[in-house]
Design a binder for this molecule. Structure first.
Ligand SMILES: NC(=O)c1ccc[n+]([C@@H]2O[C@H](COP(=O)([O-])OP(=O)(O)OC[C@H]3O[C@@H](n4cnc5c(N)ncnc54)[C@H](O)[C@@H]3O)[C@@H](O)[C@H]2O)c1
Length: 459
């Protein structure tokens, strides 16, 4: 793993004496760690239907909840703004947030819950919301992204847009993720929470409590490209959280693949995902071994960089084939075998910041990664018919062997152009996938979550 020398130096006594800007050491999740290491402020504008369940969730996890900032630093600030409809409501939100952010602790969490702005699926809702309602709902988008850029010391700001019909319990797994150290490198994100497909959630939301230590217990998870890099971190993290791993990679990566399978107590499947029979071999293996699959992580990916002017067909086709074509084929095979999908199946596709911002020399790669986003949006309603979801994560600058080989100037620039002023770690991508992979994350569907520390590229 490459070393971030500048960050390490910025935290030394000498750097402190010289007054050098500090690059924060982020609080990351470790088993046994409390959800929050200090008090949380939970507030609302209006009645705030999420205040009571979120307060209960935080208190159950052992952290005190306050309604106004006091002397102590706040580990989290959660504000339910789902009922705001006027500029006066927005001003009330600012009056809550201004004193609260002053008290936010290092690696603190600011989480807003907001209403849908002008939801085209709900014409009644759009009509009743009016222009001012839609405006203030959308205003939260700019607000939260700006707060993310203002916060320091590893604190993050994110926004959950909650469907008006969503039951309070449907926000649970997402609130936990965004408050916890698992979301260390997820910043400035806006995620829509809808009404989960499949079985209706118990309105009290207490019939299926999440085990916060092993939220993936009993789930069968496939990870492609699992032999090394981010894929190996995904396999390790999902296994830590209780999943049974089926690790997939090309035969040439067999040694690394076997190591991951052994380490996680899972199985190794040597498979080139672009082979004509890859989808049937994968579904056949799952059927035979486990009789079902609960989580499929499409992580395998390649780069073959070249300026478009010099692009040859081989570079284009291999990148589009591995990164996008194989995912399309496997997803269609899963949809064609709905009995194989567990009752709360989750598909998570690894996209990239390049697919959002574009990148010089990566027309093939960026096209494939943007294509993943289009695929996820198109397939979300189809997977929902089976009680399943499909989402994408889009990593930004992640510290891997690949980024270690970059020229030092390019690497330094890549690391610093985000609100947290450092690169992410493979585990940050893995933790985000772990959240999306939970049975209780059914409210998140068709979304793209960036794991980029709020990179300014493509924002
Ligand atoms: N590293 C980053 O900073 C970064 C940033 C954004 C997105 N990503 C994406 O994250 C994913 C993992 O990236 P990484 O840096 O760990 O890459 P990596 O090259 O270290 O690992 C990719 C794995 O995929 C496997 N693979 C390649 N072709 C395959 C095929 N046809 N069938 C089965 N397996 C195959 C490789 O053997 C390898 O083990 C990729 O989709 C990549 O595009 C990475």
């Amino acid at each position: 793993m490459p070393t971030d020398t500048l960050r390490n130096w910025s935290n030394t006594g000498l750097a402190r004496r010289l007054g050098a800007p500090r690059i924060p050491v982020l609080r990351r999740y470790e088993p046994g760690q409390p959800l929050l290491d200090g008090p949380a402020l939970v507030a609302a504008v209006g009645a705030g239907r999420f205040v009571t369940p979120i307060t209960a969730l935080i208190e159950e996890e052992g952290a005190p909840v306050v309604t106004e900032p006091g002397e102590d630093k706040l580990a989290a600030v959660v504000v339910d703004l789902t009922e705001i409809t006027t500029l006066a409501d927005l001003a009330a939100a600012q009056r809550i947030l201004t004193p609260a952010v002053r008290k936010l602790a290092p690696s603190g969490r600011l989480l807003l819950l907001g209403p849908v702005s002008g939801d085209s699926r709900h014409s009644d809702y759009r009509h009743s919301q009016g222009a001012e309602g839609a405006a203030v709902a959308q205003a939260l988008d700019g607000l939260v992204r700006s707060i993310g850029k203002e916060l320091r010391a590893g604190a993050t700001a994110n926004l959950l847009i909650v469907d008006p019909d969503a039951a309070p319990a449907t926000v649970d797994s997402s609130v936990r993720f965004f408050l916890s150290a698992r979301s260390a490198y997820v910043d400035g994100q806006v995620v829509h929470l809808g009404v989960p497909a499949g079985e209706p959630v118990d309105p009290a939301g207490m019939d299926d409590p999440i085990d916060p230590v092993r939220p993936l217990a009993g789930r069968i998870a496939v990870v492609t490209g699992a032999a090394r890099g981010i894929g190996a971190a995904i396999a390790d993290t999902l296994a830590r959280d209780g999943a049974t791993i089926v690790a997939v990679d090309v035969p040439a990566a067999g040694e690394g693949l076997a190591a991951v399978a052994n380490r996680t107590g899972g199985t190794a499947l040597q498979l080139d995902i672009t082979a004509p029979d890859a989808a049937s071999r994968l579904t056949g293996f799952l059927q035979e071994r486990h009789g079902r699959v609960d989580l499929v992580v499409h992580n395998a990916g390649i780069t073959r960089d070249k300026l478009l002017a010099n692009m040859d067909d081989e570079r284009w086709n291999s990148v589009l084939g591995v990164n996008l074509g194989a995912q399309l084929t496997i997803n269609e095979a899963l949809l064609a075998a709905p009995d194989l999908l567990g009752p709360d199946a989750r598909i998570v596709c690894v996209s990239s910041q390049s697919g959002i911002a574009g990148n010089r020399g990566q027309t093939n790669y960026a096209a494939s990664k943007a294509g993943i986003i289009g695929m996820v949006r198109a397939l979300a309603p189809r997977f929902a018919e089976h009680g399943a979801t499909i989402n994408a994560v889009a990593p930004g600058f992640i510290e891997t062997e690949m980024t270690a080989k970059m020229p030092v100037g390019t690497r330094e620039a890549g690391r610093r152009v985000n609100s947290l002023r450092q690169g992410g770690l493979p585990v940050d991508v893995a933790e985000t996938i772990g959240w999306l992979g939970q049975a209780s994350s059914g409210a998140v569907n068709g979304q793209v979550v960036r794991v980029c520390g709020q990179s300014i590229l493509g924002a």
